[in-house]
Structures are given as structure tokens and as C-alpha cells.
Ligand binder design. Structure first.
Ligand SMILES: [Zn+2]
Length: 272
């Protein structure tokens, strides 16, 4: 049994027989004022509250790219759960800035790893979606000369990946941003596809060719929540403006008519 919980933003907790892997876990969710004007400090209270109740042993944290809403909390989570880390050079820099040197797999694209419990991870090279004014925000790498804590705009993209997780017969792909590189995706298939919603209209092939190539059975839209406000205990999230989740789903029905589209709720565990 595979259990998946959406943690908000592009964060996933995937649990198999007591082994847990986390992808882009983002729990602090600093408010808009902090994001725009201040240095970002991970919320130790929220991270501690999460890591103390995660059921199972966290075997690895995987990072798709190093924007703050994907990477901010990763060093503090790893310092608490002491697990393996899989991500880019930019993520390694973030750890160094934070004074940490965990056991880390530094990826540049197309690496694959076997984790505990027979879980396989492949790092498909990917492309970021066009979001802020039709552009990719904060490009480049996190600057090794920067000093912690960093501001949002210092959390530069780094190399970008679309992690592919294989657990037995089930394959899950994590599209943490609304973009892809067609030749890199070609040949890959998955059963469960998590798709970032913001930015989908600017990359028309993302909701057409991309889903047609992967042929998922289940599509789970995510990252549509306003990640500058906390998640309520009911799991109800406020959507970011202009995401047009309804239009996104209509387009998926057209180009992936065989797939079930499931809207996640952070308070529920999805079982596969
Ligand atoms: Zn991003």
C-alpha cells in the first residue's frame, strides 16, 4: 500500500510500509510581507510539529528545484530526521550556507537511486513554468557567498528536475512546476501524475502533449494553494489568484480523457 499526503505547495509525503520519502516539503509558509520584504526564517514550530508526527522513518528528502517554496525548510527537516538528500548543486550550496553537510546525492539530470523499501527515484531533467510576468523567477544558482537567512529572491532555481518515483508496479511523477522538456519526458510513463497548476496557460503543451506522453491513470493537481497562509486543520486551502483550476481540469479532460482527476486535501491520505 502506498500512502501519499499533499503537504501544501509542491510538498509530498510518500509512505510505503513504514518508509517515508518527502519531495519539496514546505511547511513554514511565511506570509506575503516576509516573502516580499524580509529574510525567510523556517518556522521551527511548524517543522517540529510535522517531523514529530510523521509516521515512519524518513529515508530521503528529494528536491525538484531550489526556489524558496520548495527548498526553504529542507535543511531544517534534514537536521531533525537525519536522512539522505537528493537534489541539485544549488541545494548543496543551501546546506553549506546553513552550516550542514548531509549525505547528499548531487544531481545534474537522469540519475537514479534505490532507496530503502525498494523505492526507486529517477531525476528527469525539467524546465520551470512561466509564472511571474510570464518569466521564470529567480534563475541561476543559490550564491555560495550568501549568508543565511536568505531572502526569497536569493533562493535561485538551480537545476530543475521532475522526480519519478517507482514503488513496485506503481510509478509516480512529481511535476513541481508547469513546464517540461519534451525529449526528456519521452519514453517515460506513470500511473500517478502530480501537476503544478500555476502557469499552466502559458505552456499549452503542458496540459496536452505532456499528459499524453506520460499516460497517467490519475492526475492530481497541486501547488494551487496560496502558500503564504497556513493550511487549516480541515485541510481546506485558499487557492492562489488566477490559477483557474476549473479551466485546468477541463483541459485535462480533453487531452487525458482516460485519467481520473483528483483534487487533493492536505488533511487526507491518498492510498494507491
Ligand atoms: Zn519554482
Amino acid at each position: 500500500m502506498i500512502e501519499v499526503r499533499w503537504l501544501g505547495a509542491a510538498g509530498l509525503e510518500i509512505s510505503v510500509d513504514g518508509t517515508v520519502i518527502l519531495i519539496d516539503p514546505y511547511l513554514s509558509r511565511p506570509g506575503k510581507f516576509s516573502v516580499l520584504c524580509r529574510k525567510l526564517r523556517p518556522s521551527q514550530a511548524r517543522i517540529q510539529s510535522y517531523t514529530s508526527r510523521v509516521s515512519g522513518k524518513v529515508s530521503a528528502v528529494i528536491c525538484g528545484h531550489t526556489h524558496f517554496d520548495h527548498a526553504l525548510d529542507i535543511p531544517d527537516i534534514v537536521s531533525r530526521v537525519h536522512c539522505r538528500v537528493i537534489g541539485s548543486r544549488s541545494l548543496k550550496t543551501l546546506f553549506e550556507i546553513s552550516g550542514m553537510s548531509p549525505e547528499m546525492e548531487i544531481c545534474t539530470g537522469n540519475e537514479s537511486f534505490e532507496l530503502e523499501g525498494g523505492i526507486k527515484v529517477g531525476m528527469i531533467p525539467s524546465r520551470h513554468g512561466l509564472v511571474l510576468f510570464g518569466k521564470v523567477p529567480y534563475q541561476g544558482e543559490i550564491d555560495p557567498r550568501a549568508e543565511a537567512p536568505l531572502k526569497a529572491n536569493q533562493y535561485c532555481l538551480g537545476d530543475m528536475f521532475m522526480p519519478k518515483i517507482e514503488i513496485g508496479e506503481v510509478t509516480l511523477v512529481h511535476a513541481g512546476s508547469a513546464g517540461f522538456i519534451e525529449p526528456e519526458v519521452r519514453g517515460h510513463k506513470c500511473h500517478i501524475l502530480f501537476m503544478c497548476v500555476p502557469g499552466w496557460k502559458r505552456v499549452p503543451d503542458y496540459t496536452a502533449k505532456f499528459v499524453q506522453m506520460l499516460e497517467p491513470e490519475v492526475i492530481i493537481p497541486f501547488h494551487f494553494d496560496d502558500f503564504t497562509v497556513p493550511i487549516r486543520p480541515t485541510g481546506k486551502v485558499r487557492a492562489l489568484p488566477f490559477t483557474d483550476l476549473k479551466g485546468f481540469i477541463e483541459r485535462l479532460r480533453r487531452y487525458a480523457p482516460g485519467a481520473v482527476v483528483r483534487i487533493p486535501n492536505p488533511a487526507e491520505i491518498m492510498r494507491f
